[in-house]
Design a protein around this ligand. Structure first.
Ligand SMILES: Cc1cc2nc3c(=O)[nH]c(=O)nc-3n(C[C@H](O)[C@H](O)[C@H](O)COP(=O)(O)OP(=O)(O)OC[C@H]3O[C@@H](n4cnc5c(N)ncnc54)[C@H](O)[C@@H]3O)c2cc1C
Length: 414
């Protein structure tokens, strides 16, 4: 990072780069604690698609702290169980209801709705069309610069801040600006994703099913309004349409022995590749990475957005405690220690799940059937898996975050 002389840039305490679920959660928490901040986002509008469609108990607890949980629960559909099925035969059931939480379930809800509710709750401006291109040290803070969409050509902008949160997704410009590596790999399989209306189905509305087969894994889970989300792994070499249609998806379901068909053309569908990467540091001085900017992993067990929201709550609580004079700077060190360990744990577990799900060798698949069948009947093991999936085990609300209270408003000038 270079150093530039102090100019007349706008000055705030925290700049948040990115208004996805991670950036919006950080903004809400900082607002709650009275910290002056701005949110900059390169995109013209919030996410319109369903992307991360499962919100876990630990995330609902965080959103409750921010006053956003009730509206979200109202908008979503409860998922009480995850059921593992192999060609029609139930191998394992993992209940999500037997957990020490006031939200004993997962919630099926599109990411676009989650973001919409966070934004409504924030009730403050997000500067859209603001693409950050550089972050430089500047005195005892940072100068964040970039270009803002103008009526004709983009116009340069700059904001100075004591701290910067890079919540700008997997291609993070903030991560590049502070020179942090993002090591990891890409899974060979392709992933197909679709939001669909299903015909008659052999599972309950409150169940998400993970269907194993030699052709690949297919996850089917509930979304609100009678639709379902399908995620399927597909062989690396096979032709997948850019937006898979009804006929393609019905063929995938039938080839895997899943006794359900689409009732209409998909509401939305896509194909993508999955990477698993964790940044080598989550912090450089006063610049922090959170959410997809810091870690990306397989969608197995729906951990991506949930982990980002937990990062944001942890980090913004620590920043507010320091900026409000309620904790000393070293409390910020805990962010990387806690949240990088959480990200590595998520990566390891989702990687194991993904590899287990993608087994094609018949002997290995038979061993998997036996392992899942026996393992799911051992209650302590089942409970551990549930605590892991729900995120309760690594929730910032259950760690030693500093106590923080909202800053008192400054007295009005006479
Ligand atoms: C098709 C798809 C399906 C998915 N399915 C699942 C799922 O089933 N389960 C799950 O848990 N996760 C899933 N994910 C991942 C999940 O969407 C992410 O984990 C989550 O969005 C991460 O949130 P974030 O706020 O960290 O980053 P993002 O949501 O990526 O938000 C980053 C924001 O930063 C902005 N930005 C980027 N660069 C700049 C810049 N230079 N300057 C300013 N702003 C910038 C972007 O416009 C964006 O608004 C899916 C993702 C996709 C794309």
């Amino acid at each position: 990072m270079g150093t530039e002389p102090a100019g007349r840039a706008e000055q705030v305490e925290v700049v948040i780069v990115g208004a996805g679920p991670t950036g919006l959660t950080a903004a809400l928490r900082l607002t709650q604690m009275g910290v002056r901040h701005v949110v900059l986002d390169a995109g013209p509008a919030p996410t319109q698609t369903s992307n991360a469609a499962l919100v876990h108990a630990s995330t609902l607890e965080i959103l409750a702290e921010l006053g956003a949980a009730d509206e979200l629960v109202e908008a979503g559909g409860k998922v009480n169980r995850i059921v593992m099925v192999d060609r029609g035969r139930v191998l394992a059931r993992v209940g999500l209801t037997d957990v020490p939480s006031s939200f004993p379930f997962a919630l099926g809800v599109p990411q676009s709705t989650t973001e919409e509710i966070l934004l409504r709750r924030l009730n403050g401006p997000v500067r859209r069309g603001h693409r950050v291109t550089a972050v430089r040290e500047d005195g005892d803070g940072y100068l964040v610069t970039g270009t803002a969409a103008g009526p004709d050509d983009p116009v340069p902008f700059e904001v100075r801040a004591r701290y910067v949160i890079g919540a700008d997704g997997s291609h993070s410009a903030v991560r590049s600006a502070i020179g942090l590596d993002f090591p990891g790999e890409t899974y060979p399989s392709q992933f197909v994703l679709a939001d669909v209306e299903l015909g008659e189905r052999p599972f309950g509305d409150d169940e998400a099913t993970i269907n194993l087969s030699a052709r690949g894994v297919t996850v089917i889970g509930r979304l609100p309004g009678g639709t379902h989300r399908i995620i399927a792994t597909v062989d690396p070499g096979s032709e997948v349409p850019q937006a898979p249609g009804r006929a393609y998806l019905d063929t995938v379901l039938s080839a895997r022995g899943i006794d359900v068909r689409l009732a209409a053309a998909p509401v939305w569908s896509s194909r993508f590749r999955v990477h698993h990467r964790v940044a080598d540091r989550f912090r450089s001085g006063g610049v922090f990475l959170a959410g997809d900017a810091a870690h990306v992993h397989s969608p197995a067990a729906g951990q991506g957005m949930n982990t980002g929201i937990a990062d944001a709550y942890d980090l913004s609580t620590r920043l507010a405690a320091v900026l409000n004079g309620q904790a000393a700077e070293p409390v910020l060190d805990g962010y990387e220690t806690e949240r990088r360990a959480a990200a590595l744990e998520v990566l390891r577990f989702t990687d194991r799940l993904t590899k287990l799900a993608m087994l094609s060798n018949p002997a290995a698949r038979a061993a998997r059937r036996a392992l899942l069948g026996t393992g799911s009947r051992v209650r302590p093991l089942r409970h551990r898996v549930t605590l892991w999936i729900t995120g309760l085990k690594r929730s910032p609300l259950r760690s030693d975050l500093p106590a923080v209270t909202p800053r008192r408003p400054e007295p009005a000038k006479p």
